[in-house]
Write a protein that binds this ligand. Structure first.
Ligand SMILES: Nc1ncnc2c1ncn2[C@@H]1O[C@H](COP(=O)(O)OP(=O)(O)OP(=O)(O)O)[C@@H](O)[C@H]1O
Ligand SMILES: [Mg+2]
Length: 357
């Protein structure tokens, strides 16, 4: 879409100008930015204060179109609060945010038309079939009647649930229900899909399947995905990760770049003579540390270099361990502590926000 396509049909006046015509908000559907590059999400100094609690503190970030972008953080970090502001369910107390080019404060209806949302809590009607749940949503979102059948087929296929379309949701596993919710979030062809802890409480295998679905949505429907998680392993799937802690973004980059910031790979050797090994490796130019029980070698690519390191050690080796920084190390590095799992595994009472067109 171009920046002139309003989605609202008749209104063509840029929102940035319309906003100055009156003291209160006059919503129009035009996107607010006129730059050639339009981000799926652009957030500047966004804040949310609840009395004494600063749930979100001046966060700024941009999400590219078609990107899978993850907010990674522990309980209470401000993930849901940020999603709520981006989805127009909660008003920021500071800063600005544009979603698909629309301002969340001045153009909430336009934002809502362009997003899909799967909340932390499940909200399917257990007493309806998968298909009935989708039909209900199609009415709420005013999916044009002639498109409903095609979209239901399409989204069920995307999450591999065609065979269960006539079954009651009450007979679904937790993972299947969650996948149906994602399908429902995609029914009205949103430009951006928000997923708040999409895999919470699911087993690792189901989480991996869910990720296949999510990445398929991106590749086949071109949707931008903004998700929150406190699972390190699943944040790896994202193109970029913002680590959020106590309401602030403490690091933002691709998983690989974040790991590189933390440090190099290490190869730990336990040998018959650690001092001698240290001297031998130093002679070959390795960056090493000799400890009481082992020798640590700091290298760019531990797995590739381990054979050569052993050859250069020239002493009997009793054990070798290669460690590459993972996101746990990244989190520890940027926050000074490990991510708290705590009560995040609990089953949540759920609700679902339905937006009307
Ligand atoms: N409606 C509210 N009123 C007062 N404080 C709130 C409200 N909503 C959230 N908070 C507070 O804001 C902070 C951030 O909460 P938020 O729900 O955004 O965290 P989260 O990162 O989504 O955590 P979780 O992983 O547990 O879902 C917390 O301290 C929370 O208690
Ligand atoms: Mg949350």
């Amino acid at each position: 879409m171009t920046s002139n396509e309003s989605g609202d049909g008749t209104k063509n006046k840029p929102a940035s100008r319309s906003g100055s015509t009156s003291g209160h908000s006059l919503e129009v559907g035009n996107r607010t930015d006129e730059s050639p590059k339009r981000y799926a999400i652009e957030v500047k100094s966004l804040s949310k204060r609840y009395g004494e609690i600063e749930a979100v503190k001046e966060v700024s970030f941009r999400v590219d179109q078609g990107e899978v972008f993850a907010f990674l953080g522990p309980n209470g970090a401000g993930k849901t609060t940020t999603i709520r502001m981006l989805c127009t369910l909660s008003k920021p107390t500071g800063g600005t945010a544009e979603v698909d080019g629309f301002d969340v404060l001045r153009q909430p209806n336009a934002v809502r038309r362009h997003i899909g949302l799967v909340f932390q809590e499940p909200t399917l009607d257990q007493q309806l079939t998968a298909e009935e749940n989708l039909r209900f949503h199609a009415v709420l979102y005013r999916v044009p009647r002639h498109q409903v059948e095609e979209r239901i087929d399409r989204v069920l296929k995307l999450v591999d649930l065609q065979a269960r379309r006539k079954d009651l949701v009450s007979t679904f596993s937790g993972g299947m229900a969650r996948r149906l919710e994602i399908a429902r979030g995609m029914l009205h062809t949103p430009a951006i899909l928000f997923l708040d802890e999409p895999t919470i409480g699911l087993d690792p295998q189901t989480r991996a399947l869910m990720w296949e679905d999510v990445l398929r949505l991106r590749s086949e429907e071109g949707v931008t995905i903004f998700l929150t998680t406190h699972y390190m392993d699943e944040a790896e799937y994202a193109d970029r990760i913002a680590i959020i802690d106590h309401g602030s973004i403490v690091a933002l980059d691709s998983p690989n770049n974040l790991k590189k910031m933390v440090g190099s790979d290490t190869v730990e050797l336990v040998t018959a003579d650690n001092k001698l090994v240290g001297a031998n490796l130093e002679q070959h130019g390795y960056n090493i540390k000799v400890g009481e029980d082992n020798v640590t070698v700091f290298v760019e690519n531990g797995e590739e270099q381990v054979t050569q390191i052993i050859a250069h050690a020239q002493v009997a080796i009793s054990s070798v361990r290669v460690h590459r920084p993972d996101l746990d190390d990244v989190f520890l590095h940027f926050t000074g502590r490990e991510i708290r799992e705590g009560h995040a595994e609990r089953a949540f009472p759920m609700h679902f926000m339905a937006f009307r067109r």
